[in-house]
Design a protein around this ligand. Structure first.
Ligand SMILES: Nc1ncnc2c1ncn2[C@@H]1O[C@H](COP(=O)(O)OP(=O)(O)OP(=O)(O)O)[C@@H](O)[C@H]1O
Ligand SMILES: [Mg+2]
Length: 361
């Protein structure tokens, strides 16, 4: 398979509700949006991050790429919380060569999965020069270093690799949703100095990543998302998945259902807000000096009525939608600005992935 010019990859976000693809041309004229699209998946095709219907998902990917005439076969994709653990740990400083063995040994205590069933990866966050606060708030000694540990379940990685191969693609980068999102934030934000919280509310997953000057302080994914609302509507009003989605998104006529619907919104949204608040309270108590300047929300479900307002009210932190297209050049003859605006929250992870290039891990 010929490697595309400029080492560019297509960003493919395989979510449980829909698959998103983004291509970005990074050339003399800066970053230009070359392709963007999404295709829906039936509710049982991907459950809790694991691919249940390989054929359905791979043909959805093929259809999406064919429709958009995507030629590049080299893909950056990502996995998330159900199958990956991201944790900051402190170890004593070591030569890079020794570090791997140390981390392998130490990792076991931090990982809730069987160590033999995971692939470990790590990134050195700080060395001796710059002591920073550790996870528990303790000052880090001069011979300590901070490492971001990433442990992903092998069977899930294998599934994603096979899925892409079945779809005729070459997996090149396997990222984590939280980091792809961070990437999209850094590319699109006006300012990135200081502390920010990135919150992604998808269909089945709520991801929180608190970052400071481009380094993750704390990241967690939990099982919340827009599907909770769809499911509650399905059972309350005895509707199919499709009709419940329609009602949720305001596409169905509602009369006497209005009050019950609003109650569903309110109760689910307040669960999300409590979850986010817990995480941010933890960050505040661990890193006493840091104040979060802004919460950037993304993921399709961040548009559920009332969510952003309630989040701001409860945390007293400004809340804004992350617009991953903000610093990309967009030809309005090729992309309908209204469509991009509508899809922006759902596109964030895919944009972050498309910014990766061959040679990245
Ligand atoms: N305008 C909107 N208002 C409210 N909810 C929306 C809107 N648009 C999409 N959603 C909901 O957002 C969810 C899809 O978001 P997203 O594409 O970020 O999820 P996903 O990446 O497919 O899923 P996950 O990452 O959780 O596996 C669905 O539950 C969908 O109903
Ligand atoms: Mg998602």
């Amino acid at each position: 398979m010929a490697v595309s010019k400029k080492n560019q990859l297509i960003g493919l976000d395989i979510g449980s509700h829909s698959i998103k693809v983004v291509e970005i041309d990074d050339g003399k004229k800066g970053r230009v949006l070359k392709n963007f699209g999404a295709i829906g998946l039936p509710p049982d095709a991907i459950v809790e991050g694991s691919i249940k219907e390989m054929d359905i998902v791979s043909s959805a990917i093929k259809t999406l790429l064919q429709n958009l005439k995507v030629k590049n076969k080299h893909v950056a994709t990502s996995i998330s919380g159900f199958s990956v653990i991201v944790k900051k740990i402190t170890v004593s400083s070591k030569e890079e060569s020794e570090l791997e063995a140390t981390i392998q040994d130490e990792a076991e205590q931090y990982i809730p999965f069987d160590i033999n069933e995971v692939n470990l990866d790590f990134d050195i966050l700080s060395g001796e020069e710059e002591p920073v606060e550790g996870e528990e708030g303790e000052k880090q000694g001069p011979d300590q270093m901070e490492v971001m540990l990433v442990a992903a379940k092998k069977d899930i990685i294998d599934d994603y690799v096979s899925l892409l191969q079945v779809a005729g693609l070459a997996p090149v980068v396997l990222d984590v949703d939280a980091f792809a999102l961070q990437n999209a934030f850094e590319m699109s934000a006006e300012a990135t100095e200081g502390c920010y919280a990135l919150v992604n509310v998808g269909a089945e997953e709520l991801g929180i990543n608190a970052i400071k000057n481009g380094i993750s302080l704390f990241a967690r994914d939990s099982s919340f998302g827009g599907s909770q609302i769809t499911e509650a509507i399905m059972s309350q009003f005895k509707l199919s998945f499709e009709d419940a989605e329609k009602m949720k998104l305001g596409g169905a006529k509602i009369g006497k259902e209005k009050a019950a619907l609003e109650e569903i919104f309110t109760s689910v949204v307040s669960e999300w807000v409590q979850e986010i608040k817990r995480a941010l309270d933890f960050v505040a108590s661990t890193y006493a000096d840091e104040t979060i300047e802004k919460i950037l929300v993304s993921g399709g479900a961040c548009r559920i009525p009332g969510f952003q307002k309630y989040l701001k009210l409860e945390t007293d932190i400004p809340v804004e939608e992350l617009n991953p297209f903000a610093n990309l050049t967009v030809d309005e003859k090729l992309f309908d600005p209204k469509y991009l605006k509508h899809m922006a929250p759902q596109a964030a992870v895919a944009v972050g992935l498309a910014l990766r290039s061959i040679g990245d891990k």
